[in-house]
Design a protein around this ligand. Structure first.
Ligand code: 13P
Length: 267
């Protein structure tokens, strides 16, 4: 029996028009028997939020966004605020994804680069603050690159990302926080992190949370694994004591695959 209620979130990234998204959500709702004891979240593109929100009315699946800008309003061309997300019925929002972090501080996007949008630990922190102000639960992503893993820096990198993003918040403010461990080298590559190693890193994140914000928050916070989660590996990952579900990219795009991943969290 898990200590925490499992959560499975589908990050659709830049896939599907609003019409396509609505159709896939309808297929998903037909394919899966949603259970009371698992939270399911779908994160479509900004432009699909309202449409998906309408399809999800009265259903047990919750709506998530993939990013947010931290200011309440103003001259920030192209950005979307937490107020706007809350109005569209968003309950969760991904922040600090390796695709939005600006790991190398470069503006060009070389092939195979990560970090397109120059997000930093400080801007991730500001985004979390904006979300909490609107009752939206942040899904904070952390994870190391292959070079950082090979240099033996994994634990240090994820701890620094966690500390930077959560600096200054207290335990009560972070009650709804969700963390996602997403090793950058495992995202969209089909290379899943070994189950034991994913569990070890998720446990390390929980210890880090405990050191920062106390045992109660650390025990309550859901820590997800993300990176090539598929129907055939989800069960083994979700069975781990410190892995409370998944943040799923590619396998969340097809109703059939995603319903199997959700079923793996029902165990
Ligand atoms: P994949 O499941 O496609 O590897 O993507 C993981 C991810 O980045 C989810 O946010």
């Amino acid at each position: 029996m898990k200590k925490r209620r499992p959560l499975v979130a589908g990050n659709w990234k830049m896939n599907y028009t609003a019409a396509e998204a609505a159709a896939v959500v309808q297929q998903l709702l037909r394919a899966v028997a949603m259970r009371e004891d698992v939270d399911v979240v779908l994160c479509p593109s900004f432009l699909s939020l309202w449409r998906v929100h309408d399809v999800l009315k009265g259903e047990r699946v919750q709506l998530g966004a993939q990013d947010v800008f931290w200011a309440a309003s103003g001259a920030f061309t192209g950005s979307v605020s937490a107020t706007m997300l809350a109005e569209a019925g968003v309950s969760y929002c991904v922040v600090g994804h390796s695709e939005t972090r600006g790991r190398f501080g470069k503006l060009e996007v070389p092939e195979n680069a990560v970090g397109y949008f120059a997000e930093t630990d400080e801007t991730v922190r500001l985004k979390i603050e904006a979300l909490l102000g609107h009752g939206i639960a942040p899904i904070l992503c952390v994870g190391e690159t292959l070079a950082e893993r090979e240099a033996g820096q994994t634990d240090e990198v994820i701890a620094a990302q966690l500390r930077g993003a959560l600096a200054g918040f207290d335990e009560a403010e972070l009650a709804g926080l969700v963390i996602a461990y997403e090793p950058v080298w495992a995202i969209g590559t089909g290379k899943v992190c070994e189950v034991d190693e994913a569990e070890r890193v998720c446990a390390t994140l929980r210890h880090e949370l405990e050191a920062m914000l106390g045992e109660e928050l650390a025990e309550r916070t859901r820590v997800l694994y993300g990176g090539s989660v598929k129907p055939d590996n989800a069960r083994a990952l979700f069975d781990q004591p410190n892995i409370d579900g998944g943040l799923v990219g590619g396998a969340s795009l097809k109703a059939d695959d995603f319903s199997k991943v959700i079923a793996a969290a029902n165990a």
